[in-house]
Design a protein around this ligand. Structure first.
Ligand code: SF4
Ligand SMILES: [Zn+2]
Ligand SMILES: [Zn+2]
Length: 314
């Protein structure tokens, strides 16, 4: 069967059953991302947006689309920020993609590494502790992205999270009885008025992973070589991802259903947890925003300190 809009050969069948050719798929994709940006007011006048990039399909697609929007509406600026965890065979490869992309598109790229900021790479840390790599990696990455975005005077931090990532996060929080965390998510997060906390926006929120993958491929952003972090398979998220993919194969539309029902209850969740989630304090050790007395990054550094001589650079 041909594309829904023309006679050309389809490149994708959407979950709704619609078939689209290359050009119509690209139009559909861009329109849906821009609609998310406008509907949820992800970008406002004079925003300075730090785009968290890894060099993978999601972040390069996001960077490209924000750049494209910026060429039409000039009321905001963007630059890219990359955190190098120090994962051999993975991050060193994706950094090459990110640098190449930013150079070709004339986008400023700022790189910060665990080695520089904490004294050790993630690879070095994983050899000396039994803490799961993703648990360390996620805490340190979130810490650096917020801190560096703020130091670079950003008003928002954009990340390339897609529908699959978000459906996984919703389920992870359900499975761990962390409903309060679900109240902090959505296409725009961290909107609690606190100048130390940079709000996060997720313009790819409603785009399925396979759609992002196809868009990035058709646009030539990523090579056909699939590079995955060697630690991904040991994570809780990895297990949820496999479970969800299996379910989606049997029952197409499952991921959309999770996100649509989540978006419907989000205002209720935000209301229920508004007092708990608005209590933001300053970490006693580093001054970064946190909900307790010490932030998660400082807690982790404390655990790792003996064997690793790790520290937080101020
Ligand atoms: S899979 Fe885990 S260790 Fe690898 S980059 Fe992601 S969070 Fe970090
Ligand atoms: Zn078409
Ligand atoms: Zn701290």
């Amino acid at each position: 069967m041909a594309c829904q809009f023309c006679e050309k050969k389809p490149v994708i069948t959407l979950i709704s059953g619609r078939k689209l050719c290359r050009n119509d798929f690209i139009k559909y994709f861009e329109k849906k991302v821009f609609k998310t940006i406008f509907k949820y007011k992800l970008i406002e006048d004079n925003d300075r947006i730090a785009v968290g990039v890894s060099g993978g399909k999601d972040s390069l697609t996001l960077l490209h689309l924000l750049n494209k929007l910026n060429s039409r509406i000039k009321n905001f600026e963007t630059f890219a920020i990359l955190i190098d965890e120090g994962i051999k065979g993975y991050r060193d490869k994706t950094i090459v993609n990110a640098k190449k992309f930013c150079k070709e598109h004339n986008i400023q790229l700022k790189i910060y590494s665990y080695k520089e900021e904490f004294g050790k790479t993630l690879d070095q840390l994983t050899k000396t502790t039994d803490i799961i790599p993703c648990a360390m990696c996620g805490v340190f990455r979130r810490y650096l992205l917020n801190k560096k975005s703020r130091e670079l005077k950003s008003t928002k931090l954009a990340t390339g999270h897609n529908l699959d990532d978000e459906a996984q996060a919703v389920l992870m929080n359900q499975f761990r009885n962390n409903v309060q965390l679900n109240a902090r998510m959505g296409p725009i997060t961290g909107v609690i008025r606190n100048k130390a906390f940079i709000p996060r926006i997720k313009p790819l929120y409603f785009m399925a992973e396979k759609e992002v993958m196809l868009y990035a491929y058709l646009k030539g952003f990523t090579s056909s070589e699939f590079i995955e972090c060697p630690h991904a398979k040991f994570s809780f998220r990895g297990e949820i991802r496999d479970l969800l993919n299996e379910f989606e194969n049997k029952h197409p539309g499952t991921k959309y259903s999770i996100i649509n029902s989540y978006i419907e209850v989000l205002p209720l969740l935000k209301d229920k947890y508004k007092f708990t989630n608005s209590r933001i304090k300053e970490c006693l050790k580093c001054g970064e925003p946190c909900s307790g007395t010490v932030c998660k990054a400082c807690e982790l550094v404390e655990k790792l300190i003996k064997k690793n001589k790790i520290t937080i650079k101020n």
